[in-house]
Design a protein around this ligand. Structure first.
Ligand code: DGY
Length: 328
């Protein structure tokens, strides 16, 4: 007897190789338009499929799970962050949720490192000055930034991506500090020469650059609050490739405009896709449009993880990248 092929609904356009493999294995509904599916469209897709493969931006709230019917059994998220999915509501409805960890960590860390360099070294400002015809020849005092080597990097969330950022930063001569709920494996801590700060409030005033690498959760929303940003030194920079919501963006804009922070490098915003206009206008802020993991290699490997998770599930096994509440 042939097994019924699982029905899989994909919410966004994926790399061609990933769509081809998904189509070979499952009965797939693809989204050729590559525009976000409406909330009603998501519910309709969920009702017709055993598996949904969404991405960030597809808000799968408790309301969604109340409406999605009984057919949906697996959400195989295309992406590491699952802050757009109400995991507790999914589990309560008997829906397993998986993500694509690890495969994008190195590419994302490259972009964090690029921002750690770009903000203090005024990279984008330099490009803009040249494009605007403002380069009048080399000058001993023009375009002076801040040296990176020898500075202290404070990583908030030394997980997969945070560790990859720390390794790069160490190679650039920064000393590594981190704030986590718990210290990391002592061997890795030794290898990185990393200092653990149980208190974020005590770490912040001592750092030259702070890199946000923790996931967005109810607990990390505005973790870098107005009060905490005020603890930082005026020559310090903030870098964020995780999620915009972790920083109080208005407070960050206030601090930068008032000269209480030297600048920022941000790949993510609180209200994507709309960047904060004050941050966009600030000369000492480098903004990127959420592209830290945007390499073709990373996207294909993300697709591979989605397929592996669905395939394991289809074969009656526990998918490897299950999100289990309470684990971090
Ligand atoms: C993710 O996977 O959550 C990333 O933000 C995508 O770049």
């Amino acid at each position: 007897m042939t097994q019924r092929r699982l029905k899989v609904g994909v919410t966004r356009k994926l790399p061609q190789a990933v769509e081809a493999r998904l189509s070979a294995l499952f009965d797939v509904t693809l989204n050729d338009a590559d525009s976000p599916v409406s909330p009603e469209g998501l519910i309709a897709l969920a009702r017709e499929n055993d598996v949904l493969a969404p991405t960030l931006g597809d808000a799968l709230s408790a309301d969604f799970f109340n409406e999605c019917g009984d057919r949906l059994k697996l959400i195989a998220n295309f992406g590491a962050g699952v802050d757009h999915i109400d995991i507790a509501a999914a589990n309560a409805h008997g829906v397993t949720v998986t993500n694509t960890p690890s495969v994008l960590a190195e590419d994302a860390a490259d972009m964090a490192m690029a921002l750690i360099l770009a903000a203090p070294r005024r990279l984008v400002e330099g490009v803009k000055a040249l494009e605007a015809g403002d380069f009048k020849g080399w000058s001993p005092t023009w375009m002076l930034g801040r040296r990176v080597r020898g500075k202290k990097l404070g990583v908030i969330g030394l997980g997969r991506v945070g560790e990859a950022v720390a390794r790069r930063a160490r190679a650039f001569g920064l000393s590594i500090h981190y704030h986590n709920r718990r210290p990391i494996n002592p061997h890795i801590e030794d290898e990185l020469g990393a200092t653990f700060w149980p208190s974020l409030d005590e770490m912040l005033p001592r750092m030259d650059i702070v890199s946000v690498n923790c996931p967005a959760t109810a607990q990390t929303r505005h973790l870098l609050s107005r009060k905490r940003l005020a603890l930082m030194q005026p020559h310090a920079y903030v870098v964020n490739i995780s999620r915009g919501e972790i920083i109080d963006e208005e407070a960050l804009a206030d601090a930068i405009e008032a000269g209480k922070l030297a600048g920022a490098g941000l790949d993510v915003f609180e209200n994507e896709p709309k960047p904060n206009q004050r941050l966009l206008a600030a000369r000492n802020v480098v903004l990127l449009p959420h592209m830290a993991s945007a390499t073709i290699e990373s996207r294909i490997e993300m697709g591979e993880r989605v397929i592996i998770n669905i395939k394991m599930f289809a074969d009656g096994h526990k998918p490897p990248d299950r999100i289990i509440l309470g684990l971090d």
